[in-house]
Design a protein around this ligand. Structure first.
Ligand SMILES: NC(=O)C[C@H](N)C(=O)O
Length: 321
């Protein structure tokens, strides 16, 4: 018999119309549809809508997974879809286990005609129990597509087909009758593990726009141990930001430049004031292919491990995640 752990954390996959107030809220955790030959153990460390999930919850989840991994062949985490990619990437950074960990959720709740919970849960369970899923780091499974935690992102607010992210799925699961057909399109990769015992650092994200003159920058800088900016295009900003960023990096505090564009790397191409090449010259760190909220988690983890500006720059530059 195979052993599967299912860790329920809330989200729409656990939600129904609220009996005591407006809207839809997390209630009872869903059960995994029949899996012959599999012993399922259920856990529920919290039951939250995912906008209420914090890095502290992610850290607790990582500890629970490391504790359960040696006794199970696979682990499924059900999670709200709004911040699922952040939890997936946090687990990608912090988990050492080779046991497959698969995150899934649903876009429709249990009382809707198009309830997508049971199918996603069954797909996730079969992916988690598949030997080819070992050593790939946490995966996200939605609608039969299997995504890497680094690239997966929510691309639609309401559609059942809500997940994507450049360059797309790394695998696919389909079923014919009871048998699962699983294909991966990439080999598993070795990855470094960053496991902070706690997360004392404070990192904020600023979002760039045409005409931004740095409003809010000084306040965010004063509160933070590091900043992430969702910049424009390949990682460019209005000229007014250049001296502000130079001052922050000179003080030894990291400023990571991500992009608000939905795909592609941040690279230092442009040499006009605020262009990516000038930001890098001023000490800013390009986020590579990570979106701003994933770059924030990497920076939070590295700062919480006590890494300095040079070491943080090396991790981002080498793509060591
Ligand atoms: N589909 C969902 O799960 C959305 C929900 N707001 C959540 O993230 O908890």
């Amino acid at each position: 018999m195979k052993r599967l752990a299912v860790i329920h954390t809330g989200g729409t996959i656990a939600s129904r119309p609220n009996p005591d107030g407006p809207g839809v809220t997390p209630q009872a955790a869903p059960s995994v549809p029949g899996l012959p030959g599999v012993i399922v153990h259920d856990y529920q460390p919290f039951n939250l809508p995912s906008p209420h999930v914090t890095p502290a919850h992610m850290l607790a989840l990582a500890h629970l997974i490391e504790q359960l991994a040696p006794g199970h062949d696979g682990i499924v985490v059900t999670h709200g879809t709004d911040t699922l990619e952040e939890t997936a990437f946090f687990l990608h950074l912090t988990l050492a286990t080779q046991t497959p960990v698969v995150l899934t959720g649903s876009m429709r709740h249990a009382e809707e005609a198009s309830w997508d919970g049971p199918g996603n849960l069954l797909d996730a369970a079969q992916v988690a129990l598949h030997p080819q899923s070992r050593g790939r780091g946490p995966l996200a499974v939605f609608g039969g597509d299997i995504y890497d935690a680094r690239t997966v992102t929510k691309v639609h607010t309401t559609a059942v087909d809500a997940f994507g992210g450049y360059p797309g799925p790394i695998g696919r699961i389909d079923r014919v009758g009871d048998s699962a057909h699983l294909r991966y399109f990439a080999m598993p990769e070795a990855r470094p593990v960053y496991a902070p015992p706690a997360l004392p650092a404070h990192v904020e994200i600023l979002y760039a726009y045409a005409g931004w003159q740095g409003e809010g920058y000084a306040e965010a800088d004063a509160r933070s141990d590091g900043l992430v900016i969702a910049a424009l295009g390949t990682g460019n900003l209005p000229a007014e930001l250049l001296p502000l960023i130079a001052r922050t990096t000179t003080s030894g505090k990291p400023v990571v430049i991500a992009t608000r564009t939905h795909a592609g790397p941040v690279i230092p191409i442009y040499g006009y004031p605020g262009g990516g090449a000038t930001l890098v010259e001023a000490g800013a760190i390009p986020a590579s292919f990570l979106n701003a909220h994933k770059a924030r988690l990497l920076l939070l983890v590295l700062l919480s491990l006590g890494r300095d500006l040079g070491e943080i720059r090396q991790v981002f530059e080498a793509g060591a995640f």
